[in-house]
Every structure is written in structure tokens, then in C-alpha cells.
Design a protein. Sequence first.
Length: 135
Amino acid sequence: YGLDVSGVAIQSAVYKHQNLVNASMVKFCIQSAAEQLPAADVVFSLGLFDWLSDDEIKKIISHSKNYLYIHSFSKDSWEVSRFLHYMYITLISGKNSTNYRPRYFKVGWIKEEFKMGNVIENKSLSFGSLITNVI
């Protein structure tokens, strides 16, 4: 089951997976993070938190606690790559929308909200980090 807040991402996923042998077992749909999420074996997100409000993130966290989870998030740090990311996203999205600005999170806030889970930080992730209860 694949959910996304982007219609373009869903269209791409459907196209890429339409010729799978088990294509009928795979479902992709657009959904707000505020809506009830379906049951899952594993809940994961890559970059999703950057696009959500604190309340939406808390709903994802609440849902994730019932399952194995892996979520990536962008750290609030003083790295050059983070600054370049901020400038790039601001310039690109500034042309199309004033609603999105990059969000960066304090590791402490993420740990506090999840209550349980391990934060994985590694230089290869640059300003990104993962929180998971898998390891």
C-alpha cells in the first residue's frame, strides 16, 4: 500500500508498478497525513516530515507506534549542504508557491515526540537522519 501527498508521485508509482506480476495486490493513493492511515507491517516515510505541520507529524507518529517504522527527517544543523538545500528549495518553490519552506527538526524534538525509537545519524546522510524502532 503506498500513500503520498503528491499526485505526481502517485502517478509515477502506478506507472512504474503496472506490469508487476502481483500488480493487483499493490495499491497507491493520494491521502492527507491527517487522515486515518491503513494497517501496515512497516510504516516508512522519506522526507515526508519536511512537508507536514507539527499536528500532522504527531498523527503519523501516533499511527507508527503500532508498527515497525522508519522515518527520515531533515536535521536543523549548520552544515553547508543544509544551507544549500534551503536555498535551492526556497528558490524553486518561491517561483510556484509561498506555502512551502524547508523544515528542519531538532533531534531532541523528534526523540521527544516518538518517545521510543533510535535516531540514526551518519555523515553519509548529510543533514538527514532516521528514526526507527526496527533496530
